[in-house]
Design a protein around this ligand. Structure first.
Ligand SMILES: [Zn+2]
Length: 555
C-alpha cells in the first residue's frame, strides 16, 4: 500500500501501512502492540534503528507520539512521515544514516486510535480524546447541545438561527461569513442570528441551549501523572486511569534510553515546551538554554515559533493546564519534551502569526476573512452555503459555514505533506544531540607473570551530558555509568565500577574562555590476574548514553 501523505488513514489502512513498512525494511523497523485501546484496537509502537550496529535498547533514543487528541490527525500523519523519512533516507542521507546507526527512534503514530476512528468515520463524531464515557459511565447526555452530523453530509458544520438578540450578523465584507454584532448593538433593521454547532438539543426547554460536556469528555493529555488534578477539565478518575495512557506511560518508562520526547498535535504552527505550570525562572537555567538552542534549529527548519506554554500560551496564569505528557517526561524522567502544534491556517492565509492567545479568543474578523478568501481560492469545499434545515428541536435553521476540522484544525490534503515534512529533520537533529558512549582508549600493562593493569578510556561523544537535563541530574533520575570487567580475577578492587555521570560538549558552553578540560571522559581501571594471551571482556553501559562491549587482549 502506498501513501503519499495527502489524506488521513483509517485504522485498517494505518495498520496495513505499518506492516508494509516492516516487511520492506526488516533490518531497520520493528512493530509491536504495547497495549489495547478502550474499544479494543492494538496500540502500535514502531522501533527504528540499524539493527546491524546494535539492538534498539543499546542506543540513546528519541520518542515521538501523536494523536492523543482525536481530531488532530495532521499530527498522526506527521509521525508516519517521520517513519517514511527515516527508512527511505537510510543509506543515502548522511544524517539519517548516522542517526539510525547510533540512535533509536520509538514512534507511536496513534496514541488514541478510537478517537481518530470516530473523527474519520463516514458519520463523524468529534471528541477531545478518549471515546470512553466519562464522567457518567452510561454515556449520559446532559441537557443541551450535542454535536452531530444532522443532515448526513459527513461533516459537522454550524447552525444559524434567526434571533433578535443573537450575537451574530452577516458580515459586511463577505456575505457568506458571520460577524459578531458590535458591543453597542446591530444597526437598525439588520437580521441577527444565534450560532450553534450542528447537533441535537437534548431535553430542550424551549428557551435555553446549554453547552454541556459531551458524554465522552476525557482529555487524555491531562491524565499523565504530573501535577494531575481533578480541577483540570477531562483529567480522568486518577492519573493513568485510561488504558491508552497507562500503556503509553509504561512503554516509555520501560525504555530508559529515551533522551528526547515529542508529542504531535494540532494546531497553531508552534513548537511548545514545558513548563505548562511554572515560569522559566523556576526551571534550571541550563535546561531553558538547551530548549532555546533546539528552538533555533526547530524554527529554522520548520518556520514554527517556539514557546514555553506557561510563558506565552497561558491566558490566566492562575489556571494552568497540568497533567500533560511533555511536562510529565520533563518533571519525572528529566527528558527534554516538546508538543508540536502543526498547521496555522491564519499564517497560511495572511503570512502573519496570530496572537498566542488565539486558543482563548479565536481569530479576529480580519483573520477569518483572510482565511475565508484563501479557502475559497484553494479549498472551496471547506466553507458550505447556508442551507435551510428543519431541526428536530429548534425548528427552521440553516446549516453551513466552516468545516473546521478540514481547514482550521488540520492541514488540507494538498498542503499536508509540505506542512509535516520539515519536522522529520528536526527529529533527527534532536536524536543526534543526545549523549553517546564510546570507548576511545585502551591500555594494558604487565605488572607481573600473570598480573595485569587494564585501563579503558570511556567518553560521551554526544552534545548533551549523559543525564540529559539538569533537572535529571539534580533529582538523581538517571543511573550512573557502569564499567564491568569479566574473564579474569580482579585484584584489590571490584569488577563492577560505578563511574557517575559524564558531561557532554554542552558543558564546554558554560564557562568563560576556551579551556574545556575533559568533563565528558573517565578512565576505568582494574588490576587482574590472568594467563598471558587470554583476554578480558569489558562492558560499558549507561541507561541513556548507550551500552557496548569490548574485548581486551592481555599481551
Ligand atoms: Zn492536542
Amino acid at each position: 500500500m502506498t501513501y503519499q501523505f495527502d489524506r488521513f488513514l483509517r485504522y485498517d489502512e494505518y495498520t496495513a501501512w505499518l506492516h508494509g513498512v516492516v516487511a520492506a525494511h526488516p533490518g531497520l523497523v520493528q512493530l509491536e502492540s504495547y497495549g489495547t485501546s478502550f474499544e479494543g484496537r492494538d496500540l502500535w509502537l514502531v522501533t527504528i534503528t540499524d539493527h546491524s550496529t546494535g539492538a534498539h535498547d543499546t542506543k540513546p533514543a528519541h520518542w515521538i507520539d501523536a494523536n492523543i487528541h482525536s481530531v488532530e490527525v495532521t499530527g498522526g500523519a506527521a509521525a508516519l512521515y517521520v517513519i517514511d523519512y527515516l527508512v527511505n533516507g537510510f543509506g543515502s542521507d548522511a544524517a539519517i544514516t548516522e542517526a539510525l546507526r547510533t540512535r533509536t527512534f520509538y514512534i507511536v503514530p496513534r496514541v488514541n486510535p478510537d478517537g481518530v476512528e470516530w473523527t474519520l468515520a463516514d458519520s463523524p463524531r468529534f471528541r477531545r480524546s478518549s471515546v470512553r464515557p466519562w464522567p457518567w459511565a452510561d454515556a449520559h447526555q446532559a441537557p443541551g447541545l450535542h454535536e452531530r452530523d444532522l443532515d448526513g453530509n459527513g461533516e459537522i458544520l454550524s447552525m444559524r438561527i434567526p434571533d433578535a438578540h443573537g450575537g451574530w450578523m452577516i458580515d459586511g465584507a463577505e456575505p457568506r461569513l458571520m460577524a459578531r454584532v458590535p458591543a453597542e448593538g446591530a444597526p437598525a433593521g439588520v437580521q441577527r442570528y444565534r450560532m450553534l454547532y450542528e447537533g441535537d438539543v437534548v431535553d430542550h426547554d424551549g428557551f435555553t441551549v446549554p453547552l454541556p460536556p459531551n458524554p465522552q469528555s476525557l482529555d487524555m493529555n491531562r491524565n499523565f501523572p504530573a501535577g494531575w488534578g481533578t480541577g483540570v477539565p477531562g483529567s480522568g478518575d486518577h492519573p493513568m486511569s485510561e488504558p491508552e495512557i497507562d500503556a503509553l506511560v509504561r512503554a516509555i518508562v520501560a525504555r530508559p534510553n529515551i533522551c528526547g520526547y515529542n508529542a504531535f498535535h494540532t494546531s497553531g504552527g508552534v513548537l511548545l515546551r514545558p513548563s505548562s505550570v511554572m515560569s522559566d525562572k523556576q526551571l534550571p537555567p541550563i535546561d531553558v538554554w538547551v530548549w532555546k538552542l533546539f528552538s533555533e534549529r526547530g524554527t529554522a527548519l520548520t518556520g514554527y515559533t517556539a514557546h514555553s506554554v506557561y510563558e506565552d500560551f497561558t491566558f490566566d496564569p492562575s489556571e494552568t493546564m497540568s497533567g500533560a505528557a511533555d511536562d510529565w517526561v520533563y518533571e519525572h524522567l528529566g527528558v527534554f519534551g516538546w508538543t508540536t502544534e502543526f498547521w496555522d491556517v491564519i499564517q497560511q492565509a495572511t503570512g502573519t502569526k496570530p496572537s498566542t492567545h488565539i486558543w482563548y479568543t479565536g481569530p479576529t474578523e480580519d483573520e477569518e476573512r483572510a482565511v475565508y478568501r484563501w479557502a475559497v481560492e484553494h479549498h472551496p469545499e471547506m466553507y458550505r452555503d447556508w442551507t435551510p434545515f428543519e431541526h428536530p428541536q429548534l425548528g427552521q435553521v440553516e446549516i453551513g459555514g466552516w468545516n473546521e476540522l478540514a481547514v482550521w484544525t488540520n492541514a488540507p490534503g494538498s498542503r499536508l505533506r509540505a506542512e509535516i515534512a520539515p519536522h522529520a529533520e528536526f527529529a533527527v537533529y534532536q536524536a543526534l544531540c543526545s549523549p553517546k558512549l564510546e570507548v576511545l582508549h585502551q591500555r594494558v600493562e604487565r605488572l607481573g607473570d600473570d598480573t595485569w593493569r587494564v585501563e579503558v578510556g570511556i567518553a560521551n561523544t554526544g552534545f548533551l551530558p549523559t543525564y540529559v537535563t539538569e533537572k535529571a541530574r539534580k533529582d538523581r533520575l538517571v543511573l550512573p555509568l557502569v564499567a564491568e570487567l569479566a574473564g579474569a580475577d580482579v585484584v584489590g578492587g571490584t569488577a563492577r565500577l560505578e563511574l557517575g555521570q559524564l558531561g557532554g560538549r554542552l558543558d564546554h558552553r558554560f564557562h568563560y574562555g576556551k579551556s574545556d578540560g575533559t568533563p565528558e571522559r573517565v578512565l576505568a581501571g582494574w588490576t587482574v590476574r590472568a594467563a598471558a594471551g587470554s583476554s578480558v571482556e569489558v562492558s560499558v553501559r549507561h541507561q541513556r548514553a548507550g551500552s557496548l562491549q569490548i574485548s581486551v587482549s592481555l599481551a
